[in-house]
Write a protein that binds this ligand. Structure first.
Ligand code: HEM
Length: 422
């Protein structure tokens, strides 16, 4: 063990690997049985700036997660964190660096405030509500493409193209480019080797730079999308990094919520039937999916600026800390019967969108999108059922973005079957 992670209470760190990415709850149960205290972990695979082999701490109790979200000693600054990642994984900081990561999600005030403030007005609940019809059109158009098929892939044919279309329209990415960035984002947020990661991060930078420059040239021509706002209010590199944060955080989590939400419904057939026969339950069902499935499994990094005592454990200065939103959302000190899934009793105080100053800027959009996705599926696919057997589930290799790479769905035993509305 190296650097600040050396003082790790003599415990053997829990390895976060593919089993954890598929289902984190067995590991969380072990931590809960041991008092639900901050626990040493090691990341087996890399993701974006995080190198494989990174030693860190995991915070799992609801109360502790809430505490860390609001305590400035748990800090975000990508420039200061890169050498810590390197030191605590035995690697070099330069191997995984990119200007893409220098965005609001990875920095604290004053940088965070300067980057986030201009965007807030575009993501309020009122501003998002005004886009509901456009989002519904995107859902219908996406589903229309598979309407004649016997079965389709809920991930590749619906959830991803739909949420990519919504975030592209929100930002102002040209129609023809929708999905251009999808492969690059998958590489960056997956477990690709550093050389592939740097190649795709470079392509992403150049692509976004082109869009931002185009917006600068056309500013004042009446375009009022998010890219224009970024291009006219920030330096070019900052605008590129912000556009990346909104894109990368903005569609994958929502797509994963739709897919894992449906998968959970399919595992609870009485709830699936109930929702499909009463679409008025959709908003409550989406909240319960957010809590139960927590598509943002682990938070982004924070590091500790001075030793901090948390729930009886001393976390040393310079240690990297991740918050386990998925564990906090099933903490029995906060929720009754936290492992059960009940769309009629949603717990709205979940932490699926984080909290404190870094709370999800896209939460209103994500909620509305997921609601529209389920309303549309209920309307157009009366007997939707999962066709992929459990043993073939292929989960993304990511500690943060929990989602399936593919899920075959089609007509099931529910009354009506898969029927296209004529
Ligand atoms: C179901 C969908 C979503 C979930 C579960 C989710 C979850 C989260 C969480 C937990 C955080 C805080 C991470 C941390 O504190 O380390 C966060 C931050 C963020 N999210 Fe989301 N998100 C979703 C959708 C979106 C969408 C649609 C957008 C884009 C419009 C978006 C953009 C962002 C950004 C830019 C941040 C960083 C905010 C900051 O640091 O100030 N997210 N999200």
């Amino acid at each position: 063990m190296t650097g600040a992670s050396g003082d790790r209470t003599g415990q053997c760190p829990i390895a976060l690997d593919h089993d954890f990415y598929a289902d984190p709850h067995p590991a969380y149960r072990v931590i809960k049985e041991n008092g639900n205290k901050p626990t040493p972990i090691v990341l087996k695979t890399g993701m974006a700036y995080l190198p494989p082999g990174l030693e860190a701490w995991l915070v799992t109790a609801y109360e502790d997660v809430e505490f860390v979200l609001r305590d400035p000693r748990f800090r975000k600054s990508i420039d200061e964190a890169m050498p810590l990642f390197a030191a605590q994984s035995g690697g070099t900081a330069a191997a995984r660096g990119s200007l893409l990561y220098n965005n609001m999600a990875n920095n604290d005030p004053p940088v965070h405030t300067r980057l986030r403030k201009p965007l807030n007005a575009m993501f309020t609940s009122r501003s998002v509500a005004g886009r509901r019809d456009v989002v519904r059109s995107a859902a219908l158009e996406t589903l229309e493409k598979v309407a004649g098929s016997q079965t389709f892939d809920l991930v590749k044919d619906f959830a991803f193209p739909f949420s990519i279309s919504v975030i592209s329209r929100t930002l102002g990415v040209p129609d023809a480019d929708r999905g251009t960035f999808h492969g690059w984002v998958q590489t960056i947020t997956g477990d690709a080797p550093p050389e592939i990661l740097r190649r795709d991060a470079g392509l992403m930078v150049e692509y976004l730079r082109g869009l931002i420059r185009g917006r600068r040239e056309s500013a004042g021509n009446g375009t009022d999308d998010v890219l224009t706002l970024l291009a006219t209010s920030l330096a070019e590199d900052e605008a590129v990094a912000q556009a990346y944060a909104l894109l990368a955080a903005g569609y994958e989590t929502t797509a994963n919520l739709i897919v894992t939400g449906f998968l959970t419904l399919a595992a609870h057939p009485e709830q699936l039937r109930r929702l499909w026969s009463d679409p008025g339950l959709v908003p409550d069902a989406v909240e319960e999916m957010l809590r139960h499935q927590s598509p943002f499994n682990l938070s982004l990094y924070r590091y500790v600026t001075e030793p901090v005592e948390l729930n009886g454990v001393r976390i040393p200065r310079g240690a990297i800390v991740f918050l386990a939103f998925a564990a906090a959302n099933r903490d029995e000190c906060r929720f009754t019967e936290p492992d059960s899934f009940d769309i009629t009793q949603p717990h709205r105080d979940h932490l699926a969108f984080g909290g404190g100053i870094h709370n999800c800027i896209g939460k209103h959009l994500a909620r509305m999108e997921a609601q529209v996705a389920f309303e549309t599926l209920i309307e157009r696919c009366p007997g939707l059922a999962v066709h992929t057997p459990d043993e073939e589930f292929d989960w993304k290799a990511s500690p943060t973005f929990r989602g399936l790479r593919t899920l075959r769905v089609g007509p099931g035993p529910a009354p009506g079957g898969w029927e296209r509305e004529q």
